[in-house]
Design a protein around this ligand. Structure first.
Ligand SMILES: Cc1cc2nc3c(=O)[nH]c(=O)nc-3n(C[C@H](O)[C@H](O)[C@H](O)COP(=O)(O)O)c2cc1C
Length: 175
């Protein structure tokens, strides 16, 4: 197995140290090297460094308050397809995994922070996706999958362990 797969963890605490743009560019390249249905590449990436915007984004759901303390937020969005509208979710999710892996490769930390289908913390009942779209001027046809904070880790997490391999989850021939 690739070593980086075992090392990759979700990081929610970051050092107050900026991330070099070249490292962000490398992460973006990894994301854009992802497979996508019919090679449609529906993704759009919004790189956010502005503190006021980061504060607003951190209120998009009750689970992502910590993102305001990351030097960079990568918002992953995608365009709905014409044949199978929901394919952008699979395509952008695979791109998000490449972000996780390349960030780990660069000794940076990140975390998938769910936006699609969530509700905002601040305005009761308001859709998180609509909220992010408004904060970042994202056009209507572009859906928002997740926010990935990126920064130098300020927490140490164990690598994945052999015990996480669960043979009961594997079905041969039939379920
Ligand atoms: C679809 C998805 C949504 C997630 N949403 C959040 C989230 O909103 N907030 C958060 O802190 N972590 C979120 N995570 C990160 C998971 O909590 C994390 O991947 C899981 O606990 C396993 O830990 P690991 O990534 O360190 O292996 C999400 C992960 C996925 C795949």
């Amino acid at each position: 197995m690739l070593e980086i797969i075992g090392k990759r963890r979700s990081i929610r605490k970051f050092l107050p140290k900026d991330v070099e743009q070249e490292k962000i560019d490398e992460i973006l390249k990894a994301a854009m090297f992802s497979p996508s249905a019919m090679n449609s590449r529906p993704w759009e990436f919004i790189v956010v460094r502005d503190q006021e915007l980061k504060n607003k984004i951190s209120k998009a759901t009750q689970w992502i308050g910590f993102v305001k303390d990351a030097p960079v937020l990568l918002v992953i969005a995608g365009k709905e397809g014409r044949i199978l509208p929901s394919l952008w979710i699979e395509d952008c999710s695979i791109a998000a995994e490449n972000v996780y892996l390349e960030a780990a490769n660069q000794k940076l930390g990140t975390c998938f922070c769910q936006i699609t289908g969530s509700k905002t913390l601040t305005i009761a009942g308001k859709d998180s996706e609509e909220y992010i779209r408004k904060v970042l001027d994202i056009p209507k046809g572009i859906r928002v999958l997740c926010v990935m904070p990126i920064g130098y880790p300020n927490e140490k997490k164990e690598e994945h362990k052999e015990s996480e391999f669960d043979i009961k989850k594997v079905h041969n021939d039939k379920y």
